[in-house]
Design a binder for this molecule. Structure first.
Ligand SMILES: [Mg+2]
Length: 224
């Protein structure tokens, strides 16, 4: 018998496609580039300060934060300007290739369960990645919550951070939107800090993606 779940939430980067160090490097690079532009500061100094802040946040979270969270946590940077900077820097086709097996896995899961995307990536870059992966149709606007959506919430800026993983409000918002209890929901992600720990704390089931093979095994784990 298949697992009784009312919703499966997927992370994007490192979950629906393998992490790519060259691509990952562009996120802190975009953050630093934006900070240099905004502050007119010395590039090396700005970079060092950013890395120090990221290490500080790592201590707080007991694990590495995303560059995105670090940027919004410590600096008054607009969601949109970061999104546009990244979008201009990232040519997804250079880093990401479609994977028929991942598409087949998602198609199979989607036949049995409602699926949703929760990502710290923004809408523009996230959509380009999904399109490149051939997964865009699985996650139309009502089936995803991106960094851009967190930025659009009509709450104070500080409060928006709670909607960025590993903040818990994004998870609870998704459960509320679908009217599903935590114990009938599965979080699928690659990050212990951003995906697994907060989901477990809220009582969701979790599935840790450690490599492609572990992602491919998800249907078997779901018993479908
Ligand atoms: Mg991830």
């Amino acid at each position: 018998m298949k697992r009784k779940l009312d919703l499966i939430i997927f992370d994007l980067d490192g979950t629906l496609y393998p992490a790519n160090p060259e691509l990952d490097r562009l996120y802190p690079e975009a953050a630093v580039r934006l900070l240099i532009k905004k502050t007119g500061g010395n590039p090396e100094k700005v970079k060092q300060e950013f890395l120090t802040k990221k290490a500080e946040l790592k201590e707080q979270l007991n694990g590495p934060p995303t560059s995105t969270l670090t940027l919004f946590y410590y600096y008054n940077i607009g969601f949109e300007e970061y999104e546009n900077t990244l979008d201009a820097m990232i040519a997804v086709e250079n880093f990401i290739a479609p994977d028929p097996q991942s598409i087949a896995v998602l198609r199979k899961i989607n036949r049995h369960y409602p699926i949703f995307l929760y990502t710290t990536n923004n809408e523009k870059v996230g959509m380009k990645i999904l399109q490149r992966l051939g997964l865009a149709d699985f996650f139309p606007p009502q089936r995803r919550f991106t960094l851009t959506d967190a930025g659009r919430l009509r709450v104070p800026r500080r409060e928006k951070l709670n909607y960025i993983k590993p903040g818990e409000k994004g998870f609870t918002r998704i459960l509320e939107l679908h009217n599903v209890p935590a114990e009938r929901t599965l979080m699928v992600g690659d990050s212990e800090v951003s995906d697994i720990q907060p989901a477990q704390k809220l009582g969701l089931h979790t599935y840790h993606v450690t490599d492609r093979q572990s992602f491919y095994r998800l249907p078997v784990w779901l018993r479908i």
